[in-house]
Design a protein around this ligand. Structure first.
Ligand code: Q9C
Ligand code: ZN
Length: 344
């Protein structure tokens, strides 16, 4: 199994985020990828840089004005006399206008994001397109016949929608991979999201589609981020009705219950009969994760990998969250080891 990675992720290094009422150092740090990469290199994986893809590949999933906002946001911020991390301070909630996008950078930021934990710094765009290219490269490898590939994406992507960012995510790497597979001869695709948080962006992107199924296991939005999406009654709409499946789980979930939900996820995926699988792999379900409350162990990630690999589907694994930095390498390597056993 090939690992697609580039050090360009380091260009994105947000200083802080708003967390439980305080500005705290960003949980989503370059160190996360350093440690994953070290674990995978130690395990003997072949690491390759991403290929270049035209902007048209991004526009298959994202809105052009949104992409332009991300590309130019920090330069606009600097032009307004500031520097460092950009964070928003107002959002168009109920009672406010959603038909006029403010021309100023502060209002535009609140327009395009939905939280204050997703900073933009001078190098964010460079890292964001590099992560997207990692995901597209992994998808291309699978479209060309590899049985599995892993995109070591940073920043992550599953909270980003067609025209919004948030949750440490800017462009939706997993959605780009799924769309790339669709555009390059692959039949139906299933996206299975095992990050602790609901993949609201991926759900939004494929909500009305029947060619890309979205299935997510995550902590209940009743108490957990992203709070406003991810309930079990969200099933898709229009042609996509029945092609979205949410399996919210309680705080404290351990492997046996997680495994049972995974079985339900795969029953639904099997009914969809996909030609390929995209896995949004967050390891923030880990027992020691600093912002999450599931109880999976390092050993459980090997089981998870075995469950995923056992489907025998061509699979693109895309890195999402995971903030227990000390163990993140072992946890990701645990999942990928099962694929490597099949395809090394
Ligand atoms: N006080 C991913 O795992 N912060 N994103 C929550 C709660 C945002 C997580 C703040 C968490 C985003 C890709
Ligand atoms: Zn997460």
């Amino acid at each position: 199994m090939r690992v697609v990675h580039t050090p360009l992720h380091e260009r994105h290094d947000g200083a802080y985020e708003l967390h439980r009422g305080a500005l705290v150092p960003s949980f989503e740090s370059p160190e996360r990828v350093h440690i994953i990469l070290q674990a995978l290199e130690q395990a003997g994986y072949g690491v390759m840089p991403p290929r270049e893809f035209p902007e048209a590949a991004l526009l298959r999933v994202h809105d052009a004005e949104f992409v332009e906002f991300l590309r130019t946001a920090h330069a606009r911020w600097r032009a307004s006399g500031r520097d460092g991390s950009m964070l928003p301070s107002g959002f168009p909630a109920r009672g406010l206008r959603r038909d006029r996008r403010p021309s100023g950078i502060n209002g535009a930021m609140g327009w395009y994001t939905f939280d204050a934990s997703t900073p933009i710094v001078a190098g964010t765009w460079e890292a964001v397109i590099a992560a997207a290219q990692c995901a597209l490269t992994a998808a291309a490898l699978v479209a060309e016949g590899e049985s599995a590939a892993y995109a070591l994406c940073r920043p992550p992507g599953h909270h980003a929608g067609r025209s919004f960012y948030g949750g440490y995510c800017y462009l939706n790497n997993a959605a780009l991979a799924a769309q790339y597979l669709r555009d390059h001869g692959c039949g139906r695709v299933a996206v299975l999201d095992v990050d602790y948080h609901h993949g609201n962006g991926t759900q939004e992107i494929f909500w009305e589609r029947d060619d890309v199924m979205f299935v997510s296991l995550h902590a209940s939005p009743e108490t957990e981020y992203p709070y406003f999406l991810g309930y079990a009654d969200e099933c898709g709409a229009g042609a996509g009705e029945g092609c979205t499946l949410n399996l919210p789980l309680p705080l404290g979930t351990r492997w046996p219950e997680y495994r049972a939900a995974l079985d339900l996820a795969f029953e639904a995926i099997d009914r969809h009969a996909p030609a390929a699988l995209v896995v949004s792999l967050g390891v923030d379900t880990f027992e020691a994760d600093p912002i999450s409350a599931f109880k999976l162990t390092t050993a459980d990630y090997r089981e998870l990998g075995a469950c995923l690999a056992a489907r025998g589907l061509p699979t693109v694994v895309v890195q999402e969250g995971g903030y227990a930095v000390a163990e993140i390498g072992a946890n990701v390597a645990g999942v990928l080891g099962a694929f490597a056993g099949r395809t090394l």
